[in-house]
Design a protein around this ligand. Structure first.
Ligand SMILES: Nc1nc2c(c(=O)[nH]1)N[C@H]1C(S)=C(S)[C@@H](COP(=O)(O)OP(=O)(O)OC[C@H]3O[C@@H](n4cnc5c(=O)[nH]c(N)nc54)[C@H](O)[C@@H]3O)O[C@H]1N2
Ligand SMILES: Nc1nc2c(c(=O)[nH]1)N[C@H]1C(S)=C(S)[C@@H](COP(=O)(O)OP(=O)(O)OC[C@H]3O[C@@H](n4cnc5c(=O)[nH]c(N)nc54)[C@H](O)[C@@H]3O)O[C@H]1N2
Ligand code: SF4
Ligand SMILES: [Mo]
Length: 772
């Protein structure tokens, strides 16, 4: 693998995962360009992709397993010692408290889901299904709504932005954050075409709102009022798609009755949007031939988030903007990224499990309460909850209270610093990877990447880590026992399928680690060292069974095989190319086959949410006097990217992660642009940040960036934290009542000027972090 040259892989910086080619010299990535052969992104890149080398190669990569000492420092230990000790400790936790006292946190970030199957399998083999991850910090309210509307929480709406003539963006900033492929190209095309329109609902005049035909600068946290008023206006005008609603949905009258009760003028005022603007919005919706609605954290991490998700779907459904070119759709899955878990509860906290996931907001309570089913061990893989989960102080307390905390990561994160053991993973460019963020319709894609540089010395890819642990715990048989399966895999797929069935029949205890069994058997036969992709074999079979026509269309001539061989053909297609491949190509009408309700209809009436709508109180949109500002805690910017980059040098601008504030608010405070200022929240947090005027914000609204607060060794070796640890300000109780997802876009805070002496300390620290 050490040969130099251009290699195909993907960008791991956001969940769009554009195809890239990287130039490798002396085992390092030195240049990045778009991969025109990638059938999804076709060469597209944004400004961040060029910075991939800062993720792949930096001086804070982990290179050896670490064990924490009682004094809080770490000792480097070898892999065999680490595996043996961790295995013994896990065995002890299981013996004393049962497997269910263990939880997995993570299982993949923006580009690395290959390890997730191995981590979850390992957890199941230990006897637990408790998984926390980032999806349950943002999307589980949406999944819950989808479960009711479509019959399964894995039914997920996609956007056909390509063909829409009205793009309706709510609480998202795709120019900066993307969220759908080639976002900037699409936004530019819509702007240039007079026949295509853009509506944006966002309190801030964002880069995307700047391009809009209509920007509704909603009062922060008042989306439910605004969406309710828009929907009520559509119902009053009878601007609904009755043919669609009659043929494809049920429960309409319950919904329209609830919407007709909305006092439109009062709710418009609560949202601080004029009735004229609401009428104009309704006109644009009625005039559109094909509307696509695109939402993200502005409503999913905003006040009333699960209700917002419901109102968003009602907007789609009542206008019939579904299942046609240019509208919203459901999409196929090669392998669903989350599960379907209606009516399941986590006993230690009574929290609803949605999409098979537990919300990070309840992690502190799940560890720190005295319920007998509380968590005793947390296994953290590809996540940095000490920076990214609500209420940093409580998260740190919970992690410190665990019997066992293990972190698997590529870098020494703030979470790793609190773990008992830290295991160094190979980076996403050093091993086989893929992502399950495949949300396209009518054509959906999958990309298996091979390593492009050798693993950093001392690190291991996740499948190897879980192999060693599983073997140490007696959960996975040794290589000799698997040899016959491997031979069968080299012989033929049918021989392998038969041998695997026989093996699993004889060894049912190994079914939880089925991914590892496939990795060590079928994996050995895969091209370019992509053994870690072996578990996709079963996913491909299932996908081919679910949507055979769509798979055949996607495969073209390669799909002309017997039904029984179609799954293998699909699997071979995805493991056989380094640029990604189409996995399904649907007709629009196929959308109805993806609805899970047996009647294939959309069930519109969700009684608890209609009741919630009925209880909404416009007075609740006011901020408390002692915390008069509304902070959007975690804005996406040109140079942030979750916790993916640790070296501050990766940024071309905004080195300190500034607090954005309107000129008027800053003036009233008596402060100036560039001053250091303290932000205080009711959760007890205090964060010192540099402020920067930004008049795209509403008065009273503030924004702090996501993706800062990582510590990194300065040139003189001291570790310093760069930019705000924004979750020091957030409160895990400030969350959705159904999904427990955080209201991060709505953190009430107050601002305090700093004494000069303290400001000087921060100024000096910033200088040192940035190497001046
Ligand atoms: N550059 C960059 N891109 C990223 C990421 C990154 O870290 N950096 N992270 C990726 C990830 S994991 C995700 S989930 C996505 C998130 O992508 P987005 O959700 O698009 O990004 P955000 O900036 O978090 O929030 C979107 C918008 O919500 C608005 N907002 C704030 N309060 C409200 C409100 O009350 N109502 C409404 N309607 N809007 C409000 C903000 O002004 C902001 O413009 O971005 C992905 N892409
Ligand atoms: N206040 C506030 N908090 C937020 C948000 C917000 O807007 N505001 N946004 C939320 C959202 S939308 C998200 S998605 C989450 C993200 O929060 P997290 O779930 O913590 O995920 P990331 O920030 O992407 O961190 C990924 C971690 O994976 C590590 N990593 C990278 N590559 C590999 C690899 O190959 N193997 C392993 N084992 N590890 C690897 C990185 O070093 C990093 O530590 O943050 C959430 N938190
Ligand atoms: S859109 Fe996302 S995946 Fe594509 S280049 Fe930009 S950061 Fe990377
Ligand atoms: Mo996210």
């Amino acid at each position: 693998m050490s040969n130099a040259g251009w290699k195909k892989t993907a960008c791991n910086i956001c969940y769009v995962n554009c195809g890239v080619e990287v130039l490798v010299e002396e085992d390092r990535i030195v240049k990045v360009r778009g991969d025109r052969d990638n059938p999804k992104s076709r060469g597209y890149l944004c400004n961040k992709a060029a910075r991939i080398p800062f993720y792949a190669h930096h001086r804070d990569r982990l290179t050896t397993p670490l064990r924490r000492r009682p004094d809080g420092g770490f000792d480097a230990i070898d892999w065999d010692t680490a595996i043996a000790e961790i295995a013994a400790w896990l065995r002890d936790v299981v013996d004393r408290h049962g497997g269910k006292s263990i939880a997995l946190y993570g299982g993949g970030g923006q580009g690395n889901h290959a390890g997730g199957a191995y981590a979850t399998g390992f957890l199941r083999a230990l006897g637990s299904r408790h998984v926390f991850n980032a999806l349950s910090q943002e999307k589980t309210g949406d999944f819950w709504v989808n479960g009711h509307l479509f019959g399964s929480q894995t039914c997920h709406t996609a956007e056909d932005v390509h063909h829409c003539d009205l793009l309706f963006v709510i609480g998202a900033n795709p120019w900066i954050a993307h969220g759908f492929p080639n976002a900037r190209d699409h936004l530019n095309q819509i702007r240039k075409d007079p026949a295509r329109k853009l509506i944006v609902i966002d309190p801030r005049r964002t880069e995307t709102a700047e391009m809009a035909d209509l920007h509704l600068a909603v009062r922060p946290g008042a989306d439910a009022f605004l969406l309710g008023a828009i929907l009520a206006t559509l119902v009053r005008r009878d601007a609904l798609d009755h043919d669609f609603l009659t043929e494809r949905t049920m429960g309409l009258s319950e919904v329209t009755e609830a919407l007709l009760r909305i006092p439109v003028a009062q709710w418009a005022a609560a949202a601080d949007i004029s009735l004229e603007q609401i009428e104009r919005c309704a006109d644009m919706i009625s005039e559109a031939r094909a509307m696509t609605v695109r939402v993200e954290l502005g409503i999913q991490q905003g006040v009333n988030s699960t209700l917002n998700s419901y109102l968003e779907k009602l907007l789609i459904m009542l206008t019939g903007s579904f299942g046609r070119p240019g509208t919203n759709q459901l999409h196929s899955w090669l392998m669903p990224l989350w599960g379907n878990s209606p009516n399941q509860q986590f006993s230690a906290t009574g929290t609803e499990v949605i999409g098979g996931l537990l919300p990070p907001n309840i992690l502190p309570q799940a560890v720190l309460n005295d319920h007998p089913d509380r968590l005793r061990a947390v296994w953290i893989d590809s996540s940095n909850p000490a920076n990214t989960a609500a209420n940093t102080a409580e998260v740190e307390k919970a992690l410190a209270a665990l019997d066992l905390c293990v972190v698997v990561d590529v870098a020494m994160t703030e979470t790793a610093r609190l773990a008992h053991y830290v295991l160094p993973a190979s980076s996403q460019y050093e091993k086989t990877e893929f992502t399950l963020f495949n949300f396209e319709f009518p054509k959906n894609f999958f990309h298996v990447r091979a390593g492009v540089v050798p693993s950093l010395q001392g690190t291991l890819p996740e499948p190897e880590i879980y192999t060693r642990l599983a073997r140490a715990l007696g959960l996975l048989p040794g290589d000799n026992a698997l040899a016959p399966l491997r031979e069968a895999a080299f012989h033929s797929r049918p021989a392998f399928a038969q041998a695997l069935r026989a093996f699993m029949g004889a060894n049912p205890q190994n079914s939880a680690v089925g991914a590892l069994v496939l990795y060590h058997t079928l994996g050995a036969t895969l091209p370019d060292g992509t053994a870690a992709a072996a578990p996709l074999w079963q996913a491909a079979q299932a996908c081919a069974r679910r949507s055979p026509d769509a798979v055949r269309r996607a495969l073209g001539p390669d799909g002309s095989v017997a039904d029984a061989d179609l799954g293998d053909a699909l699997f071979d297609a995805i493991v056989g190319t380094r640029s990604g491949a189409a996995i399904t190509e649907h007709s629009y009408e196929d959308v109805w086959s993806l609805v899970s309700h047996p009647d294939r209809k959309v069930h519109l009436a969700i009684t608890p949410l209609l009741e919630w709508l009925g209880r909404l109180d416009p007075a609740a949109t006011r901020t408390p006097n002692d915390y008069p500002f509304v902070l959007a805690a975690g804005q996406r910017r040109m140079f942030n990217a979750n916790q993916i980059f640790r070296d501050p040098a990766w940024r071309r601008e905004d080195p300190d992660g500034a607090l954005l504030i309107s000129t008027r608010d800053l003036k009233e405070l008596g402060a100036s642009d560039g001053d250091w200022i303290a932000v205080r929240s009711p959760a007890g947090g205090r964060v010192v940040v540099r402020c920067k005027t930004d008049d795209s914000l509403r008065q009273g609204q503030l924004a702090l960036p996501h993706g800062y607060g990582q510590s990194y060794p300065t040139r003189d070796g001291e570790r310093l934290s760069n930019g705000p640890r924004v979750n020091a300000l957030t409160d895990s109780g400030n969350c959705d009542p159904i999904a427990a997802t955080p209201y991060h876009k709505h953190v009430t805070v107050r601002l305090e000027r700093l004494p000069e002496s303290e400001a000087a300390v921060f100024e000096e620290r910033s200088r040192r972090i940035h190497g001046a």
